[in-house]
Design a protein around this ligand. Structure first.
Ligand SMILES: C[S@@+](CC[C@H](N)C(=O)[O-])C[C@H]1O[C@@H](n2cnc3c(N)ncnc32)[C@H](O)[C@@H]1O
Length: 240
């Protein structure tokens, strides 16, 4: 049956794909994948490469440039929706793959919004995926929250003020997209002596980096696929 599935493929390690995601990806006729520039290698596609049957399945790259200007992005989102709708209408099973979880700071949110608005008659489902923050915490053996604690998530681009406030409000703060605000975040963290840190880059991928020491983190040059988890030391359970 024709369907658009927004499929979370996890942060990098193919073993973190759910069984449901794997089944849907194997059954799909079209694997639609977001790219930020024509010809770009999709990270999400790399994760599921082993599952694909290139004789039967078609890969459909959809251009979602990485910009913050919604007005300039709108035509790209509309075109992506049109291309996907065309395939679903033709009876195809389309799987749109998303890094981590598809409803969590993901391009697939724009597709979901556009499809519901422009093509509400077409069947659509979402298959959740393991988010990068959970995989990072697991790799770093870094607790995220327990009991009545608060966990906040922000894109580091939210600005210094918001990050500072978040650090006062919650026991744990997760900062995604940390690269452009890296220096500012480290400066904020250095002002406090009660914070434990986890820096995670390319979790589950070649070149994975997991760091917990402030000096090591400061000496590192992060890339786009990196995040930080900051936790009040009093909230970190004492070791044995
Ligand atoms: C557009 S968001 C995608 C989030 C994704 N939907 C998720 O659930 O993890 C991109 C940000 O997610 C984080 N991220 C995604 N995959 C990652 C990975 N394998 N390792 C570290 N951070 C990752 C980085 O902070 C990156 O800047």
């Amino acid at each position: 049956m024709s369907m658009l599935s927004l499929v979370g493929v996890g942060p990098g390690d193919p073993e973190l794909l759910t069984r449901k995601a794997e089944r849907i990806l194997r059954e799909a006729d079209i694997i639609a994948t977001p790219v930020t520039a024509p010809g770009e290698q999709s990270q999400a596609l790399g994760i599921i490469a082993e599952l694909l049957d290139h004789h039967r399945q078609q890969v459909l790259p959809l251009l979602f440039p990485m910009r913050s200007d919604r007005a300039a992005l709108l035509p790209h989102w509309q075109e992506a929706c049109r291309l996907v709708a065309e395939q679903v209408r033709a009876g195809k099973r389309v799987a749109f793959i998303a890094l981590g979880d598809p409803l969590f700071y993901a391009t697939s949110l724009y597709l979901l919004e556009g499809m519901r608005r422009e093509y509400p008659e077409l069947p659509l489902e979402v298959i959740p995926g393991v988010s990068s923050l959970f995989a990072a915490a697991a790799e770093g053996l870094f607790p995220l929250a327990e009991g009545a604690e608060k966990l906040l998530v922000l894109p580091a681009t939210a600005g210094e003020e918001m990050i500072r406030e978040a650090l006062l409000e919650a026991e744990t703060l997760v900062l995604l997209k940390v690269k452009p605000a890296f220096e500012a975040v480290l400066k904020l963290v250095a002002e406090r002596s009660d914070l434990a840190l986890l820096f995670a880059e390319r979790v589950g991928m070649a070149g994975q980096v997991i760091l917990t020491d402030l000096a090591d983190i400061a000496a590192h040059k992060p890339d786009y696929l990196s995040l930080m988890v900051i936790r009040r030391v009093s909230a970190v359970p004492a070791g044995p």
